[in-house]
Design a protein. Structure first.
Length: 311
């Protein structure tokens, strides 16, 4: 396996995906859910049959609640998300949900989120993501603090990179992994209801960060062990060779782990409720991006930086 030999191809693929994701975010924008903008969530379970979700959306728009989204849930339920409303608006919402009393339903939930709370949640979400990224840099730098010690010499000179480089490369891969789902949601959110940036999306991003960095650290750890072995046996292998060997030793594990995870997420997306579909899709895109970045982006970047260090 000579992944480092084709690193420029893999870097180009990542570059296209990241540029495309950024372009989608700039062009379509991110559609924030009521968790971050404020609004109401109403969950209704209908006694007999539920009305068509599109008919309810149109009825809500005629009642003055433009921009509301309606999703099916369970066998006879609907989840409605509207903009900022007050208690005085509930009769009008009830009339729209029942299509002028044509359908009977029981209100399971009616939650109001004010704009101040929404802005606070959005700020805390960014803080959470930033804190996780900082913690990952510090953890990787600490875990690999002795990684350069066995890096004696290879055919092309001294090999190995600083422990901080491992941390920074891990963050580069993580940025790659969260930009791609965000770009996908910018596109999907422009055409499909429910694909919004909400607390579930942030939870999915945090899960992706953990999943991806775990995969990356396993590969980095194998590189570290092979560096120690190279120093102990004085085999004088160059860094690119050690990286390729490390990738060969971890490739099957990374792919198999990702495939089994995707099977579970696929089942959740296909048979889960409407509210969980965006969450499952976000995780699935992140798992694919994270597996790709760990193998084809993070590890080859070690070789590139080592070459520049040698020069």
């Amino acid at each position: 396996m000579n992944i480092t030999g084709y690193k420029h191809i893999f870097f180009a693929i990542s570059g296209v995906l990241v540029v495309g994701a950024i372009g989608a975010i700039l062009f379509f924008g991110l559609r924030f859910g009521i968790d971050f903008t404020g609004g109401a969530i109403i969950e209704a379970v209908y006694t007999d049959t539920r009305p068509n979700a599109q008919d309810v959306e149109e009825e809500l728009a005629r009642a003055g609640f433009e921009g509301s989204s309606v999703q099916t849930t369970g066998e006879n339920g609907l989840v409605v998300r509207t903009g900022i409303v007050s208690e005085d608006d509930r009769p009008a919402i009830h009339k729209a949900l029942s299509l002028s009393e044509s359908y009977l339903y029981e209100e399971q939930r009616f939650s109001l989120i004010g704009p101040i709370v929404g802005n606070e949640l959005r700020a805390k979400a960014w803080v959470a993501i930033g804190a996780v990224i900082l913690a990952i840099i510090l953890f990787v730098a600490f875990a690999f603090r002795h990684v350069s010690e066995p890096a004696v010499s290879g055919r092309s000179g001294a090999i190995g990179v600083s422990s901080w480089v491992y941390g920074i490369i891990a963050i580069v891969a993580l940025i790659h992994d969260i930009l791609i789902p965000a770009g996908a949601f910018a596109i999907l959110g422009s055409y499909l209801p429910g694909y919004e940036i909400d607390t579930l999306f942030v939870m999915a991003l945090l899960a992706i960060l953990g999943y991806s960095v775990n995969d990356t650290i396993i590969i980095f750890d194998r590189v570290r062990e092979n560096l120690k072995e190279n120093a102990r046996l004085h085999t004088h292998k160059d860094f690119a060779t050690i990286i390729n060997e490390s990738l060969s030793q971890t490739f099957a594990r990374s792919i198999n782990t990702s495939l089994t995870t995707l099977v579970v997420l696929g089942a959740l997306f296909l048979i889960g409720g409407a509210a969980t579909k965006p969450f499952a899709l976000t995780l699935a895109i992140g798992v694919i991006a994270g597996t790709y970045s760990s193998i084809f982006l993070a590890a080859p970047l070690l070789s590139v930086i080592n070459k520049r260090k040698v020069k």
